[in-house]
Design a protein around this ligand. Sequence first.
Ligand code: SF4
Length: 308
Amino acid sequence: MENLLKRKLRIGIAACQFGSKVRYNGKGIDLTQCLGRDRGQFIWTPVCPEIMSGMGVPRASIKLSGGNGFDFWEGKATIKNKDGENKAEMVRKGALACLETLERANIDAYIFMEGSPSCGVYRTSLKNQRLGNPPGVFGALLLNKDIFLISSIDLQSPIRWWDWKRRLVAFTWVKEQEITSKEALKEIWDKIKYVLYELHEEETIKVKNKLHEILKEETPIYDEFENIKKEILILLRKPAELENIKQHLWKNYVDFKKKEGIEVDNILEPHILRNMTHVAEELLGVEKEAKKANLFFRSSPINYKPDR
Ligand code: SF4
Protein backbone atom coordinates (compact mmCIF):
# COMPACT_ATOMS: atom_id res chain seq x y z
CA MET A 1 0.00 0.00 0.00
CA GLU A 2 1.93 2.99 -1.28
CA ASN A 3 1.48 6.36 0.38
CA LEU A 4 0.99 7.92 -3.03
CA LEU A 5 -1.91 9.54 -4.89
CA LYS A 6 -1.38 9.90 -8.62
CA ARG A 7 -4.89 10.68 -9.80
CA LYS A 8 -5.40 14.37 -10.56
CA LEU A 9 -7.99 15.62 -8.10
CA ARG A 10 -11.14 17.36 -9.35
CA ILE A 11 -12.30 20.46 -7.55
CA GLY A 12 -15.56 22.33 -8.02
CA ILE A 13 -15.41 26.02 -7.21
CA ALA A 14 -17.77 28.99 -6.93
CA ALA A 15 -17.29 30.63 -10.34
CA CYS A 16 -16.93 34.12 -8.80
CA GLN A 17 -13.84 32.87 -6.94
CA PHE A 18 -12.35 31.52 -10.16
CA GLY A 19 -12.27 34.88 -11.91
CA SER A 20 -15.76 34.93 -13.48
CA LYS A 21 -17.46 38.29 -13.01
CA VAL A 22 -20.77 36.70 -12.05
CA ARG A 23 -21.63 38.24 -8.68
CA TYR A 24 -24.84 40.28 -8.49
CA ASN A 25 -22.77 43.46 -8.89
CA GLY A 26 -20.69 42.12 -11.78
CA LYS A 27 -17.64 41.41 -9.63
CA GLY A 28 -15.49 38.30 -9.32
CA ILE A 29 -11.96 37.45 -8.24
CA ASP A 30 -9.58 34.64 -9.12
CA LEU A 31 -8.37 33.33 -5.77
CA THR A 32 -6.79 30.26 -7.38
CA GLN A 33 -4.01 32.62 -8.52
CA CYS A 34 -2.88 32.59 -4.87
CA LEU A 35 -2.05 28.89 -5.21
CA GLY A 36 0.85 29.39 -7.60
CA ARG A 37 1.98 26.09 -9.13
CA ASP A 38 -0.62 24.14 -7.14
CA ARG A 39 -3.29 25.56 -9.46
CA GLY A 40 -2.12 23.26 -12.25
CA GLN A 41 -2.33 20.18 -10.01
CA PHE A 42 -6.12 20.03 -10.10
CA ILE A 43 -8.95 19.86 -12.61
CA TRP A 44 -11.34 22.74 -11.92
CA THR A 45 -15.10 22.93 -12.44
CA PRO A 46 -16.43 26.45 -11.76
CA VAL A 47 -20.18 26.79 -11.26
CA CYS A 48 -22.53 29.62 -10.25
CA PRO A 49 -26.02 28.64 -9.05
CA GLU A 50 -27.36 32.19 -9.41
CA ILE A 51 -26.21 32.39 -13.04
CA MET A 52 -27.70 28.97 -13.73
CA SER A 53 -30.94 30.21 -12.20
CA GLY A 54 -31.20 32.63 -15.10
CA MET A 55 -31.04 35.83 -13.06
CA GLY A 56 -28.14 37.31 -15.05
CA VAL A 57 -25.49 39.96 -14.28
CA PRO A 58 -26.04 42.52 -12.87
CA ARG A 59 -29.04 41.45 -10.77
CA ALA A 60 -30.73 42.57 -7.57
CA SER A 61 -29.14 40.83 -4.59
CA ILE A 62 -31.17 38.04 -3.00
CA LYS A 63 -31.91 37.10 0.59
CA LEU A 64 -33.10 33.95 2.36
CA SER A 65 -36.11 34.54 4.57
CA GLY A 66 -38.03 32.30 6.93
CA GLY A 67 -35.13 29.94 7.61
CA ASN A 68 -31.88 28.58 6.21
CA GLY A 69 -30.98 26.57 3.10
CA PHE A 70 -32.14 23.28 4.66
CA ASP A 71 -35.53 24.89 5.42
CA PHE A 72 -35.63 26.16 1.83
CA TRP A 73 -35.42 22.61 0.45
CA GLU A 74 -38.24 21.60 2.80
CA GLY A 75 -40.37 24.44 1.51
CA LYS A 76 -40.25 26.33 4.82
CA ALA A 77 -38.02 29.24 3.72
CA THR A 78 -37.96 31.34 0.59
CA ILE A 79 -35.67 33.58 -1.45
CA LYS A 80 -36.59 37.13 -2.41
CA ASN A 81 -34.57 39.75 -4.19
CA LYS A 82 -34.00 43.32 -3.02
CA ASP A 83 -37.06 44.43 -4.99
CA GLY A 84 -39.24 41.97 -3.06
CA GLU A 85 -39.68 39.52 -5.97
CA ASN A 86 -39.85 35.85 -5.10
CA LYS A 87 -36.94 34.05 -6.82
CA ALA A 88 -37.31 30.68 -5.07
CA GLU A 89 -38.09 28.63 -8.18
CA MET A 90 -35.26 30.13 -10.22
CA VAL A 91 -32.75 29.64 -7.39
CA ARG A 92 -33.91 26.07 -6.85
CA LYS A 93 -33.38 25.21 -10.52
CA GLY A 94 -29.99 26.95 -10.61
CA ALA A 95 -28.74 25.09 -7.52
CA LEU A 96 -29.89 21.71 -8.83
CA ALA A 97 -28.31 22.35 -12.25
CA CYS A 98 -24.96 23.13 -10.61
CA LEU A 99 -25.11 20.09 -8.37
CA GLU A 100 -25.81 17.94 -11.42
CA THR A 101 -22.77 19.46 -13.16
CA LEU A 102 -20.54 18.80 -10.15
CA GLU A 103 -21.76 15.21 -9.94
CA ARG A 104 -21.06 14.71 -13.63
CA ALA A 105 -17.58 16.19 -13.13
CA ASN A 106 -17.09 13.69 -10.29
CA ILE A 107 -15.55 16.26 -7.97
CA ASP A 108 -13.44 15.34 -4.94
CA ALA A 109 -13.97 18.70 -3.19
CA TYR A 110 -15.76 22.00 -3.57
CA ILE A 111 -14.48 25.50 -2.80
CA PHE A 112 -17.37 27.67 -1.68
CA MET A 113 -17.76 31.39 -1.21
CA GLU A 114 -18.71 32.23 2.33
CA GLY A 115 -21.38 34.89 2.96
CA SER A 116 -23.64 34.21 -0.03
CA PRO A 117 -27.33 33.24 0.44
CA SER A 118 -26.73 30.65 -2.29
CA CYS A 119 -23.19 29.35 -1.78
CA GLY A 120 -22.49 30.19 1.88
CA VAL A 121 -21.98 27.25 4.23
CA TYR A 122 -21.35 28.81 7.64
CA ARG A 123 -22.55 32.36 6.81
CA THR A 124 -25.04 33.73 4.31
CA SER A 125 -24.33 37.40 4.95
CA LEU A 126 -21.16 39.45 4.93
CA LYS A 127 -22.76 42.54 6.45
CA ASN A 128 -21.52 43.73 9.84
CA GLN A 129 -20.10 40.31 10.71
CA ARG A 130 -23.66 38.90 10.82
CA LEU A 131 -24.01 35.19 10.05
CA GLY A 132 -27.34 35.42 8.22
CA ASN A 133 -29.17 32.08 7.89
CA PRO A 134 -26.49 29.49 7.16
CA PRO A 135 -26.19 27.34 5.19
CA GLY A 136 -27.31 28.92 1.92
CA VAL A 137 -29.50 27.13 -0.62
CA PHE A 138 -26.63 25.58 -2.60
CA GLY A 139 -24.52 25.20 0.58
CA ALA A 140 -27.27 23.00 2.07
CA LEU A 141 -27.24 20.75 -1.01
CA LEU A 142 -23.46 20.35 -0.77
CA LEU A 143 -23.61 19.55 2.95
CA ASN A 144 -26.29 16.93 2.34
CA LYS A 145 -24.07 15.27 -0.27
CA ASP A 146 -21.16 15.03 2.20
CA ILE A 147 -18.80 16.82 -0.17
CA PHE A 148 -15.33 17.81 1.12
CA LEU A 149 -15.85 21.57 1.50
CA ILE A 150 -13.16 24.27 1.50
CA SER A 151 -13.77 27.97 2.14
CA SER A 152 -12.36 30.18 -0.64
CA ILE A 153 -10.96 32.61 1.98
CA ASP A 154 -8.41 29.95 2.91
CA LEU A 155 -6.89 30.02 -0.58
CA GLN A 156 -5.27 33.31 0.42
CA SER A 157 -3.41 31.81 3.37
CA PRO A 158 -0.45 29.55 2.49
CA ILE A 159 -0.68 27.62 5.75
CA ARG A 160 -4.46 27.12 5.56
CA TRP A 161 -4.20 25.98 1.94
CA TRP A 162 -1.35 23.62 2.86
CA ASP A 163 -3.60 22.13 5.58
CA TRP A 164 -6.57 21.74 3.21
CA LYS A 165 -4.47 20.15 0.51
CA ARG A 166 -2.73 17.58 2.70
CA ARG A 167 -6.08 16.60 4.28
CA LEU A 168 -7.88 16.42 0.94
CA VAL A 169 -5.12 14.21 -0.48
CA ALA A 170 -5.19 11.94 2.60
CA PHE A 171 -9.03 11.92 2.55
CA THR A 172 -9.18 10.84 -1.09
CA TRP A 173 -6.45 8.25 -0.60
CA VAL A 174 -8.25 6.68 2.40
CA LYS A 175 -11.60 6.81 0.58
CA GLU A 176 -10.17 4.91 -2.37
CA GLN A 177 -8.58 2.12 -0.30
CA GLU A 178 -10.36 -1.20 -0.31
CA ILE A 179 -10.01 -2.67 3.15
CA THR A 180 -10.02 -6.41 2.73
CA SER A 181 -8.06 -7.46 5.81
CA LYS A 182 -7.15 -6.40 9.33
CA GLU A 183 -3.59 -5.82 8.12
CA ALA A 184 -4.79 -3.37 5.47
CA LEU A 185 -6.84 -1.46 8.04
CA LYS A 186 -3.86 -1.29 10.39
CA GLU A 187 -1.62 -0.10 7.57
CA ILE A 188 -4.00 2.75 6.70
CA TRP A 189 -4.24 3.72 10.34
CA ASP A 190 -0.47 3.76 10.79
CA LYS A 191 -0.08 6.14 7.87
CA ILE A 192 -2.87 8.54 8.80
CA LYS A 193 -2.95 8.51 12.61
CA TYR A 194 -0.36 11.29 13.11
CA VAL A 195 -2.49 13.78 11.18
CA LEU A 196 -5.60 12.65 13.07
CA TYR A 197 -3.92 13.21 16.46
CA GLU A 198 -2.91 16.64 15.25
CA LEU A 199 -6.49 17.45 14.21
CA HIS A 200 -8.42 16.07 17.15
CA GLU A 201 -6.62 14.10 19.82
CA GLU A 202 -9.63 13.14 21.93
CA GLU A 203 -11.69 11.83 18.99
CA THR A 204 -8.67 10.04 17.55
CA ILE A 205 -8.09 8.15 20.82
CA LYS A 206 -11.71 6.95 20.67
CA VAL A 207 -11.25 5.69 17.11
CA LYS A 208 -7.94 4.05 18.06
CA ASN A 209 -9.64 2.16 20.92
CA LYS A 210 -12.37 0.90 18.57
CA LEU A 211 -9.73 -0.13 16.06
CA HIS A 212 -7.81 -2.12 18.68
CA GLU A 213 -11.00 -4.01 19.60
CA ILE A 214 -11.60 -4.85 15.94
CA LEU A 215 -8.02 -5.99 15.43
CA LYS A 216 -8.35 -8.39 18.39
CA GLU A 217 -11.33 -10.20 16.84
CA GLU A 218 -10.62 -13.60 15.29
CA THR A 219 -12.88 -13.23 12.27
CA PRO A 220 -12.70 -10.01 10.27
CA ILE A 221 -15.96 -8.01 10.27
CA TYR A 222 -15.94 -5.97 7.10
CA ASP A 223 -18.72 -3.59 8.22
CA GLU A 224 -16.58 -2.59 11.17
CA PHE A 225 -13.62 -1.92 8.87
CA GLU A 226 -15.87 0.42 6.88
CA ASN A 227 -17.08 2.16 10.04
CA ILE A 228 -13.50 2.91 11.10
CA LYS A 229 -12.81 4.21 7.60
CA LYS A 230 -15.84 6.52 7.84
CA GLU A 231 -14.66 7.86 11.20
CA ILE A 232 -11.19 8.54 9.79
CA LEU A 233 -12.78 10.42 6.87
CA ILE A 234 -14.90 12.54 9.21
CA LEU A 235 -11.83 13.50 11.25
CA LEU A 236 -9.85 14.42 8.12
CA ARG A 237 -12.42 17.07 7.18
CA LYS A 238 -11.62 19.12 10.26
CA PRO A 239 -9.14 22.00 9.74
CA ALA A 240 -6.11 21.92 12.03
CA GLU A 241 -5.35 24.54 14.68
CA LEU A 242 -2.39 26.58 13.44
CA GLU A 243 -0.49 26.16 16.71
CA ASN A 244 -0.88 22.37 16.46
CA ILE A 245 0.54 22.38 12.94
CA LYS A 246 3.61 24.20 14.22
CA GLN A 247 4.11 21.90 17.22
CA HIS A 248 3.71 18.73 15.15
CA LEU A 249 5.93 19.99 12.35
CA TRP A 250 8.96 19.89 14.63
CA LYS A 251 8.19 16.42 16.08
CA ASN A 252 7.43 15.02 12.64
CA TYR A 253 10.50 16.59 11.08
CA VAL A 254 12.74 15.09 13.80
CA ASP A 255 11.18 11.68 13.04
CA PHE A 256 11.69 12.19 9.28
CA LYS A 257 15.34 13.22 9.73
CA LYS A 258 16.06 10.23 11.97
CA LYS A 259 14.35 7.63 9.76
CA GLU A 260 15.32 8.93 6.33
CA GLY A 261 18.63 10.59 7.19
CA ILE A 262 17.63 13.74 5.28
CA GLU A 263 18.14 17.23 6.67
CA VAL A 264 16.07 20.13 5.38
CA ASP A 265 17.28 23.73 5.79
CA ASN A 266 15.47 26.26 7.95
CA ILE A 267 13.17 23.99 9.96
CA LEU A 268 12.78 25.79 13.27
CA GLU A 269 11.91 24.53 16.74
CA PRO A 270 8.37 25.39 17.88
CA HIS A 271 9.44 27.99 20.47
CA ILE A 272 11.17 30.15 17.81
CA LEU A 273 8.88 32.98 16.83
CA ARG A 274 7.96 33.26 13.14
CA ASN A 275 4.81 33.83 11.16
CA MET A 276 2.67 31.03 9.77
CA THR A 277 3.75 31.75 6.19
CA HIS A 278 7.26 30.78 7.26
CA VAL A 279 5.86 27.61 8.88
CA ALA A 280 4.10 26.79 5.59
CA GLU A 281 7.43 27.16 3.74
CA GLU A 282 9.10 24.83 6.24
CA LEU A 283 6.39 22.24 5.73
CA LEU A 284 6.63 22.52 1.95
CA GLY A 285 10.41 22.04 2.23
CA VAL A 286 10.07 18.70 4.05
CA GLU A 287 7.15 17.66 1.84
CA LYS A 288 9.27 18.27 -1.26
CA GLU A 289 12.02 15.97 0.04
CA ALA A 290 9.46 13.31 0.98
CA LYS A 291 7.84 13.50 -2.44
CA LYS A 292 11.10 13.03 -4.37
CA ALA A 293 11.57 9.41 -3.25
CA ASN A 294 8.07 8.79 -1.95
CA LEU A 295 9.17 8.86 1.68
CA PHE A 296 6.85 9.11 4.65
CA PHE A 297 6.39 12.45 6.41
CA ARG A 298 3.86 12.25 9.25
CA SER A 299 2.45 15.79 8.79
CA SER A 300 1.60 15.13 5.18
CA PRO A 301 1.47 11.34 4.92
CA ILE A 302 0.26 10.84 1.35
CA ASN A 303 2.44 12.14 -1.44
CA TYR A 304 0.46 13.80 -4.22
CA LYS A 305 2.08 13.43 -7.64
CA PRO A 306 -0.74 13.94 -10.14
CA ASP A 307 -0.30 12.66 -13.67
CA ARG A 308 -0.14 15.43 -16.25
S1 SF4 B 1 -24.05 32.31 -6.46
FE1 SF4 B 1 -22.12 31.53 -5.64
S2 SF4 B 1 -20.78 31.39 -7.42
FE2 SF4 B 1 -22.49 32.69 -8.01
S3 SF4 B 1 -21.80 34.75 -7.59
FE3 SF4 B 1 -22.89 34.07 -5.78
S4 SF4 B 1 -21.30 33.21 -4.44
FE4 SF4 B 1 -20.42 33.37 -6.48
